[in-house]
Design a protein around this ligand. Structure first.
Ligand code: B16
Ligand code: MG
Length: 233
């Protein structure tokens, strides 16, 4: 029985990756480091600190410089977030949140971002959210399962009773390691291993996700289907 959905934020509910790109690009230009959108892709779902390491790509830096640079980049990013329009929610996301809510399931947000609260403020999504786990919640970032486990504990559900929706390889790996059902969004090679894969949430309904899991069900025989309300596993 699925009792909860846990959504990643960037790349799932909203496209803050573009703002991250612009902020990293501004820092990279200042430091004279080549950086483009393709290199930004490697930072998807990755912690702020690890993203800087990817940007530096082995260039030497002191601890103090690294701290200053992540702070500077975050300042640029927050400037952009403050201008983010409330309708910057990705297609299909609001519809799925509503369906999950109407089906009586709990909703959590599990994002690596330390700006999660600000993003939820800007998007006006707090009304859909029962629990938030963010970049401050756990010590080990994705691909460790800790962030999703933290969120599941807040929602009072077991991993096998919850679906994680993720767009990043590190996030899919983390959710699988935690024993969750996983929906991967994006190219199959990026979200390989997820139990159901869609290009995005556009046009994806709760029943589509649960039906996709049913293929898994025949393999695992762990779940039963109810015919009432939405079909739930
Ligand atoms: P911040 P997610 C992640 O969000 C982003 O995908 C990643 O690019 C970013 O470095 C990370 O949050 C940390 O964000 O600098 O705001 O703390 O996909 O986990 O929602
Ligand atoms: Mg993401």
């Amino acid at each position: 029985m699925i009792k909860a959905f846990i959504f990643d934020l960037d790349g799932v509910l909203t496209d803050t990756a573009e703002y991250h790109y612009q902020a990293w690009k501004r820092l990279a230009d200042e430091l004279g480091i080549p950086f483009d959108r393709q290199r930004n892709e490697a930072m998807r779902g990755v912690s702020r600190r690890r993203s800087l390491e990817l940007l530096l790509d082995g260039r030497p830096a002191t601890e103090e410089q690294m701290e200053q640079w992540v702070e500077r980049k975050n300042g640029y990013y927050v400037e952009l977030l403050r201008q983010m329009p409330p309708d910057a929610i990705l297609p299909g996301a609001l519809e799925l949140l509503s369906e999950v809510r109407q089906a009586g399931m709990a909703i959590g947000i599990a994002s690596a971002s330390k700006n999660t609260s600000l993003v939820l403020d800007r998007l006006g999504l707090w009304g859909y959210v029962d629990a938030v786990s963010d970049g401050y919640s756990v010590a080990r970032p994705k691909p460790a399962p800790d962030l999703f486990l933290h969120c599941a504990r807040q929602l009072n559900v077991q991993p096998a009773e919850a679906v994680v929706v993720e767009d990043a390889a590190a996030g899919v790996e983390a959710a699988l390691a935690g024993g969750f059902w996983v929906v991967g969004l994006g190219p199959p090679e990026r979200v390989a291993g997820a139990h159901a894969i869609f290009p995005s949430l556009e046009g994806v309904h709760l029943r589509d996700i649960l039906q996709a899991f049913m293929t898994e069900v025949t393999v695992t025989s762990q779940v039963t289907i109810t015919s009432t309300q939405e079909q739930r596993i």
